[in-house]
Design a protein around this ligand. Sequence first.
Ligand SMILES: Cc1cc2nc3c(=O)[nH]c(=O)nc-3n(C[C@H](O)[C@H](O)[C@H](O)COP(=O)(O)OP(=O)(O)OC[C@H]3O[C@@H](n4cnc5c(N)ncnc54)[C@H](O)[C@@H]3O)c2cc1C
Length: 497
Amino acid sequence: MHDVVIVGAGPIGLFLACELGLAGCSVLVLEREAEIRSPWKADPLGMRGLSAASVEAFHRRGMLHELGVDDSGADEPTAPRGVGHFAGMMLDPADVDVAALPFRLPSPAADGVMTNLEAVETVLSERAAKLGVDVRRGVTVSAIAQDGEGVVARAGGNEYPARWLVGCDGGRSTVRRLAGFDFVGTEPQFTGYAMVADIADPEKLSPGFNLTPTGMYLRTPAEGHVGMMECDGGAFDRSQQPSREHLQAVLRRVSGTDVTLNDVHLASSFTDRAKQATTYRQGRVLLAGDAAHIHSPLGAQGLNLGIGDAVNLGWKLAATVHGRAPDGLLDTYTRERHPVGAWALDWTRAQVAVMRPDPHAQAIQRLVRDLLGTRDGTTYVFDKTSGSSIRYDLGNEHPLIGRSAPDFRLEDGTRLGDLMHDGRGVALDFSTDRRLQTSARAWETRITYASGPARNDLGTGTVLVRPDGIVAWTGDRTPDRESFERAATRWFGSPAF
Ligand SMILES: Cc1cc2nc3c(=O)[nH]c(=O)nc-3n(C[C@H](O)[C@H](O)[C@H](O)COP(=O)(O)OP(=O)(O)OC[C@H]3O[C@@H](n4cnc5c(N)ncnc54)[C@H](O)[C@@H]3O)c2cc1C
């Protein structure tokens, strides 16, 4: 009997497994694929953009270096390196107004990075192994059963009992179907394709994103790597592998050229079907990542959304497993993450709406292009896609509460991110007389206390940060200790445990 069985060792299942393992839970991960390596996960098809919020999640667990990101960090606030695009319209990072982002502090995790699924899954698998997580590959879960005491996953004649089960088994989630989650949303407008091909006359295709009267195509710098979208109402039968002839015909239609594909090495199709589970929990079964929400890859949100789910769920489920979760803590997972998922679905729908090949959509496209060309427009998109605008409603007006904590840095150089490697909460006390120390001591197994002046305290005196990096409470330089203790009890449970 494990504490938690996770179905699916994709990036989200593995991230969650690491969070639970770090918190001392016994975790079993069941994965259908026998091997971690696959050409779908390596460059160029496996290339993925991690947002600043996701990079921050890796930073807070001391994994940036493994991802190949310089973890020394800047000392001055810098403009972001990339903003990406909206509906194929590229944005210039130099147009981001950093001064308009009041909670942006210098940090090694202030920016997004490009990586690939293989790199992310390798880093997480190695860490999971170090944390004692049991990952079993080549196991396809085909049935689950739950009662008030636990859950059993069944695969290939074997049974895997646990107290909790989390479906991280991707967009076509078996767990979601078996547990009877409602999955609602909108049907597709287009079929998309990603391929690596031998192109006879690549000069006929313009580099970068190209919006055309029939859809869109993208030619990346990687040889033969092309993405395309055709507004066919999602008509392509996705149970079939797209043939060379079909891909060539689509590429000719969307590019308006007579480009020729000599050969296709790898190709897959996807749509912009946008659906979300109405709740992320049914009894002892939970969902995270693509299992909980699907949408088109426009704007590179899916992986980031799922990492946000895993970070939010991990510590809450661990506290529940250990019997010290305050009442209702686990249900805040759906309450906090469902609105973020709904936003991501809408963000991708908005992009599809302006890319449609009809005169009305194209009129809106011209208008949006004008807006994106402004400093405010670029800053708005960066704020949204970097994850920095996410704010959970924790019932408090203070603008920092419910947001991801800025990477506060104490005078001795210690960053908030450095204090979070063990997965506990953090109480930061910027006073010189350690006013919160006595109160924080009552939760010392769950909250790390650190004090001292900050290089930039953004006008706060004290901050309580949850294990997922979200600000739960703030106080001034003479903090109200009772108020801190109420907040600590609300998120970390009674000090008696
Ligand atoms: C072309 C494209 C480009 C994208 N680009 C980006 C990007 O730049 N940034 C971004 O944030 N997102 C991007 N995404 C989305 C992102 O790749 C996904 O959201 C992310 O991989 C989802 O991770 P996951 O772990 O939830 O699911 P998956 O990666 O699908 O992993 C699910 C795992 O569960 C396993 N599994 C399934 N069923 C079972 C079963 N019954 N039993 C056991 N195991 C099972 C599977 O084998 C798999 O390993 C892109 C998607 C596409 C298609």
